[in-house]
Design a binder for this molecule. Structure first.
Ligand code: SAH
Length: 249
């Protein structure tokens, strides 16, 4: 399927490995006249962009600080108004903590057609790549995906950690590396056992992927010792120990 002129495509690039983009996403990427991509997108995916297409890194403008969301919305609209087919390539799935919804609303307000192509979110690929089944018969039948971004602030980004802790099911935390200690503390305070298994997956599906396994009580120190860095996904719950092979790898 060739990307259509004057249309914005929000394409999920998948969690990291360039092979994990969808067929539809790849077709749009290969045929688009302009590609506006997130910072964490694999260079191998950008090699698929056709010769002569315009490529913009939405994270950076030469000589300027990162673009604001408003600047990105304006850029997408401007390119589509020039009559170009625009591939907005976003990490994981466009609608999981990706501000994709805002880009759709801005394009609609400008009268520009938008197509959304789903992607494999790191919220799912992270646990799976680390051999953690987020649901497992007889162990867990639901999971919650939450941002750990503001876990240290009083408001906690609107996340009610006590309620999350009290809800049955596995917990998957994105953007939580810098706040790991605050997150595990809040989950224990909310009633989760300190012995509950935790697995952290750094650079899931990418070369150098690492998996660190511990419990709510131990994972912060293990992560510090290992020098854990973003991007990483944190999985909490008995499912993290079901396939018991996740030492530091
Ligand atoms: N829309 C994206 C998420 C954007 S928020 C998606 O669906 O995956 C960015 C967060 O995603 C990071 O802080 C990290 O928690 C997670 N993440 C993205 N790529 C990752 C990867 N390859 N390995 C581990 N975590 C990743």
């Amino acid at each position: 399927m060739k990307a259509q002129a004057g249309t914005i495509y929000l394409v999920g690039a998948g969690p990291g490995d360039p092979k994990l983009i969808t067929v539809h996403g790849r077709e749009v990427l290969e045929s688009a006249d302009a590609v506006v991509h997130d910072r964490l997108i694999s260079r191998d995916l950008l090699k698929l962009v056709r010769a002569g297409a315009r490529i913009e890194d939405a994270g950076k403008t030469p000589g300027r600080a990162s673009r604001s969301q408003e600047d990105i919305n304006d850029l997408l609209i401007e390119l589509a108004r020039e009559g170009l087919s625009v591939c907005r390539l976003k990490g994981g799935d466009p609608f999981v903590f990706g501000r994709g919804g805002e880009e759709v609303l801005a394009a609609r307000a400008a009268g520009i057609p938008v197509v959304v192509v789903p992607g494999i979110s790191s919220a799912l690929a992270g646990p799976t790549a680390a051999n953690v089944p987020v649901t497992h018969r007889g162990v867990e039948s639901s999971f919650t995906v939450v941002t750990g971004h503001d876990a240290q602030s009083a408001a906690g980004a609107g996340v009610d950690w006590e309620r999350i802790a009290g809800t049955p099911g596995s917990i998957v935390v994105l953007m939580g590396v810098g706040n790991l200690g605050a997150i595990t503390g809040k989950l224990i305070d909310g009633g989760r056992s300190p012995d509950e298994p935790v697995r952290v997956v750094e650079r899931a599906t990418l070369p150098g992927q690492r998996v660190i396994s511990g419990t709510l009580a131990t994972i912060e120190e293990l992560a510090r010792e290992a020098g854990l860095k973003a991007p990483a996904v944190i999985v909490v719950g008995p499912v993290a120990g079901v396939l018991n092979d996740g030492e530091i790898t």
